[in-house]
Ligand binder design. Structure first.
Ligand code: GGG
Length: 357
């Protein structure tokens, strides 16, 4: 039996509800299949930790996380604290500290869910958005001067390195090549951003020569936003910068029915460091503590984590259980149901226990 060490960081808001739910289904799965065992250690890092300790995670937090096989993360963000402080103090510290440069964001309309797009049924959409996750607009490069004076100035410089763009492009082409349609859309804003984004297009053309089976095309990010809504079936794999892909993948989650069903993996494809798995949604303080958060994004995230850990059969079983439960109408309010987080979780656990192996 394979043993996997998991660092669980529920973080803020509904992260504290969906991560325990995710761990429950993972434990039910481990028990049912007997294929793997999880050794989970939980870390209480986040905004409450900040209030008590003056930082979002301990100074040696990355050293603490390094020996783990994966990180299972909830959400970060607290209405009482500046968003840049909480994001940079925890999520970005881990993503950038562990060079998790590939952020993989799949989108499907799950059975039983309804897309807000007219005529789009489950099965019509199957996208993977690849988000560059280490630089670009999130490089943290910039500053403020003349604070408090009329001439006050702020700069925020996007950084695109040849190494950074080439490696994310290779990841995206590799994913596109592994999928039936072998279609990749490279998203930029290279008409207006004539340095960094033209550089992206040039590197895409270079890397494409390594993947002759992949059909690729360029699209501007504004046109891509419209295309996600107007021609969703024309899309398969998408690669975009840190900021562009962040925005497009929120739109993708909405198109799939709710951000509450959108998963993501922050991967270090070279496996030098643990990769981190989290639902796309944030801390959602408006519903935190009410027991109504949708745990499906976290379950799908858990399936991505199992895949990464080499447990593909268990990942498939988990997704089948999740899809059966969604199809049966056991859904939270964000996707048109009235079930609680606990009810959805328990029903998925029951589906796992009853699954034919
Ligand atoms: N689980 C995802 C999460 O907590 N996201 C918080 C957030 O504000 N993310 C913005 C970003 O990473 O770009």
């Amino acid at each position: 039996m394979n043993r996997h060490r998991i660092a669980a960081i529920p973080g803020d808001g509904i992260g504290q509800e969906v991560i325990p739910a995710g761990l429950r289904v993972l434990r039910a799965l481990a028990e049912r299949t007997g294929a793997f065992a999880l050794e989970v250690e939980e870390f209480p890092w986040g905004s409450d930790y900040y209030r008590a300790n003056g930082r979002m995670m301990p100074e040696d937090g990355l050293e603490t996380l390094k020996p783990f096989d994966a990180i299972f993360f909830g959400a970060v963000g607290d209405p009482a604290l500046p968003d840049d402080l909480t994001l940079w103090g925890l999520r970005l510290k881990i993503c950038q500290g562990f060079d998790q440069y590939a952020n993989i964001r799949p989108t499907r309309v799950l059975p039983g869910l309804t897309s807000p797009l007219r005529g789009v049924e489950p099965g019509d959409i199957d996208w993977v958005i690849v988000r560059e996750n280490s630089e670009g607009e999130y490089a943290g490069h910039g500053g403020r001067a003349h604070r408090g004076h009329p001439e006050e100035v702020a700069t925020e410089t996007a950084i695109f390195t040849r190494a950074g763009v080439t490696r994310i492009m290779r990841t995206a082409f590799r994913i596109a090549a592994s999928r039936p349609r072998k279609l990749l859309t490279v998203v930029t804003k290279s008409n207006a951003q004539k340095h960094g984004m033209v550089f992206w297009d040039e590197i895409a053309a270079e890397v494409s020569r390594e993947f002759p089976t992949v059909q690729w095309e360029k699209e501007l990010v504004d046109a891509m936003a419209a295309r996600l809504v107007r021609r969703p079936r024309s899309i398969d794999t998408v690669v975009a910068t840190n900021l562009h892909a962040d925005i497009l993948s929120d739109l993708a989650g909405a198109v799939a029915g709710s951000l509450g069903v959108a998963p993501t993996a922050n991967l270090d494809p070279e496996r030098r460091f643990p990769s981190m798995f989290e639902p796309i949604h944030g801390s959602a303080f408006d519903i935190a503590g009410k027991g109504v958060a949708n745990p499906v994004a976290t379950f799908w995230t858990a399936a991505m984590m199992l895949d990464h850990l080499g447990e593909a059969a268990s990942a498939k079983l988990l997704m089948e259980a999740v899809e059966r439960v969604c199809a049966a109408g056991i859904r939270t309010a964000d996707v048109g149901g009235n079930a609680t987080t606990d009810e959805v979780t328990e029903t998925v656990c029951a589906a796992i226990r009853g699954a034919n192996l």
